[in-house]
Design a protein around this ligand. Structure first.
Ligand SMILES: [Zn+2]
Length: 306
């Protein structure tokens, strides 16, 4: 930034591009959704304004043009919060998608909302390190203690940790704290369920459904009881990059409470090797011992009195 230039609280989404048309007489703006818009007047001055907005600094004074272009970009949800070098292309694109899907939100409403959520990480190992990196990349607030606004627990293990996950799931449901689970299955990263206590399926619902659908219950129980071993920690630079992007994307959607982008009653698994994303529906178990009717004493039915 040059001396005297004032930093703005917003900047042009890096996914927005522009180029000159008609030998420099006009300027074409290209938006991430594939839409184009042409500015016919004073293309050179308009490009200088765009350059300033892309750098997040006060544009040079060009009369009404600055206000006109800024308003146009705000209407198109093409401005994002200005966080300087920490801004990430994927995050900005996600921000654009979220803002564009909510016409009433301001240009940085998504980011403002996301920054109010505190994530607490529970778990250790290869994947826990990647989740921490993903949070840092996405600029998400991580703390051991819940923050004053939104709070979400991230439970992680390098292999599905049934007992540990069940215990933390129960605590989260009792304290009505949202929680999301991540684990690894060979080359796949599994995300889910995202538990909104009292509203969506919990980890116990998942465990109950898996247990009910397998043929050999004893084998399942024996595998579930196995401790996570050093072999589950084996990392891979290729898998790490893919996992980091996937996890950052999921956490940003959670932070923004964009439940159309990460559905609570579902499990997502991303295969970094086969480049495959699966979504598996997870309905609540009505008689779940943690989140269902069984968590309280059954009410006495009239027939039991007869
Ligand atoms: Zn449940």
């Amino acid at each position: 930034m040059r001396n005297g230039e004032q930093k703005l609280s917003y900047r042009l989404n890096p996914a927005v591009g522009w180029n000159f048309l008609s030998g420099g007489q006009a300027l074409q703006l290209r938006f991430p959704d594939g839409d184009h818009l042409t500015i016919d007047d004073e293309a050179m001055a308009a490009s200088e304004i765009l350059e300033s907005l892309a750098n997040g600094v006060e544009p040079i004074d060009c009369g009404d043009m600055v206000a006109e272009i800024t308003t146009l970009l705000m209407d198109r949800k093409a401005l994002v919060a200005n966080r300087g070098q920490s801004s990430d292309w994927l995050e900005n694109m996600l921000e654009y998608v979220l803002a564009a899907s909510n016409r009433h939100a301001g240009p940085s409403a998504f980011v403002e909302k996301a920054r109010q959520t505190t994530f607490s990480i529970r778990g250790e190992g290869w994947l826990a390190g990647i989740v921490s990196e993903a949070c840092a990349l996405a600029g998400l607030h991580v703390d051991e203690q819940p923050g004053p606004e939104g709070h979400c627990i991230i439970a992680i293990a390098d292999r599905i940790a049934h007992d540990a996950f069940s215990a933390i799931n129960r605590q989260a449901c009792e304290s009505r704290t949202p929680i999301v689970f991540f684990w690894r299955e060979v080359s796949r990263i599994v995300c889910g369920p995202l538990v909104l206590p009292g509203e969506s399926a919990c980890f116990e619902c998942y465990r109950t459904r898996v247990r009910a659908n397998i043929r050999f219950g004893a084998e399942f129980d024996a595998f579930a009881a196995l401790p996570v071993s050093h072999r589950d920690h084996i990392g891979s630079a290729l898998a790490e990059g893919a996992a980091r992007s996937f996890i950052a994307r999921q956490l940003l959607a959670i932070a923004a409470q964009a439940y159309d982008l990460i559905e609570p009653n579902a499990l997502y698994s991303y295969d970094a090797l086969m480049l495959k994303l699966d979504r598996q529906a997870l309905p609540r178990v009505p008689r779940c011992r943690v989140c269902g009717v069984l968590r309280t004493e059954p009410t006495r039915a009239i027939r039991t009195l007869a």
